[in-house]
Write a protein that binds this ligand. Structure first.
Ligand code: 1CP
Length: 333
């Protein structure tokens, strides 16, 4: 059995596997070298030779338990025909959404447009380096994708006041997103992904009253779909106002927590396997502090099925040596 399955499926508490959110790219010099020669980020994601190489870069350096495929949650709107660009120091820029165009796309067009992503998953998952490790496929949650597809850029902290104005557009788009996320998940699994993570990076923007409609219902549909394919599903509803209620309603196989969550409190509230939590900024400090913070999570979760990870993506300015230290601390514990 692979390490994440031991924890998620068998509830093994005897060891703590580790992988790192956004481990491929960003802070690794060998990634920056490839990125320098590939200014178009979407094209890089669609180059299966390079995207599989980038996916494996952290596994060549560190003793981590899983690969996460080098792609992006915004490959979904791209596959649906909404233009997506990434601009330096700005982030993603999407063209205005056209509902007529969106509803014309069929499954075959969609899969054809992003086919190299699946080819890369096949390459990575069959690489000998991953023989006894996990290959993580991922999607953005329907809510987070809706945010980008309507807002057309990162919301940073808040949604614009008129975000919910066109109710018909919002509801139709959410349905299209959910349907194509299923297609995207199915193809990732068929090509070798053996865990799925659902990133809901903007869950924290919603009030409690809006969670059922925009998060619980569409995410539950996806979670049930992944479960029907017999693959474990991890949810990361970053900064959601109520993690406990989320788990009770959506019932993911494991929950990934952000760094504002009190690990002791969540341990008392939640029975399912837990992942993550460590503040990525800790990796920018020093070895002693890293050790203290890492041991804090290991101690709190010592008798609980737990996957070590950060409370959000690794920061670009992180030194690879600190990542090596973190992995050794977890592995030698
Ligand atoms: O300029 C560059 O070099 C591109 C930077 C980059 C990278 C390396 C982006 C742009 N995306 C990615 C890869 C990526 N994105 C991965 C795969 C590899 C890995 O995990 O190591 C994954 C899982 C994502 C997921 C992703 N993309 C999320 C969810 C996780 C999170 O961090 O909250 C989100 C929100 C995105 C959107 C996105 N992609 C890239 C940017 C700059 C953004 C916008 C972030 C924002 O709105 O602030």
């Amino acid at each position: 059995m692979r390490p994440l399955n031991k924890v998620i499926t068998n509830k093994d508490t005897s060891f703590k596997p580790i992988w790192i959110m956004r481990q491929a790219g960003r802070y690794l010099p060998e990634f920056r070298e490839i990125r320098k020669n590939n200014p178009d980020f979407i094209n890089l994601c669609l180059n299966d030779n390079l995207s599989s190489e980038i996916t494996l870069q952290p596994l060549k350096r560190f003793d981590i338990d899983a690969a996460i495929i080098f792609s992006d949650i915004l490959m979904l709107p791209y596959g649906l025909g909404q233009k997506v660009k990434f601009e330096k120091n700005f982030g993603p820029k999407l063209d205005k959404l056209n509902l007529n165009d969106l509803t014309k796309i069929d499954e075959i067009d969609f899969v054809e447009k992003i086919y190299p992503v699946y080819k890369a998953i096949k390459k990575v998952s069959t690489d000998p380096i991953l023989k006894n490790k996990n290959t993580i496929g991922f999607v953005g949650a329907p809510w987070t994708l809706l945010v980008y597809m309507i807002n057309l850029k990162s919301p940073k902290k808040d949604l614009s006041k008129n975000f919910f104005q066109d109710e018909f557009l919002i509801n139709r788009t959410l349905l299209v997103i959910e349907n194509f996320l299923k297609v995207h998940i199915k193809n990732q699994i068929e090509n070798g992904a053996n865990v799925i993570q659902i990133f809901d990076s903007w869950a924290g923007l919603l009030e409690l009253k809006d969670l059922p409609n925009y998060i619980y219902t569409p995410t539950l549909n996806l979670v049930e779909y992944v479960k029907s394919l017999n693959v474990p599903v991890i949810c990361f509803p970053r900064e959601i106002k109520d993690y406990k209620e989320f788990c009770e309603i959506v019932k993911p196989d494991a929950i990934s927590i952000d760094y504002n969550v009190d690990p002791k409190k969540i341990l008392n509230e939640i029975k399912i396997p837990i992942q993550g939590g460590l503040d990525p900024k800790v990796l920018l400090t020093n070895y002693e502090n890293l050790k203290k913070e890492t041991y804090k999570y290991l101690e709190i979760f010592k008798d609980h099925p737990y996957i070590f990870n950060l409370g959000h993506g690794i920061l670009p300015e992180t030194k690879p040596e600190m990542v090596a230290n973190l992995i050794k601390l977890v592995k030698n514990n």
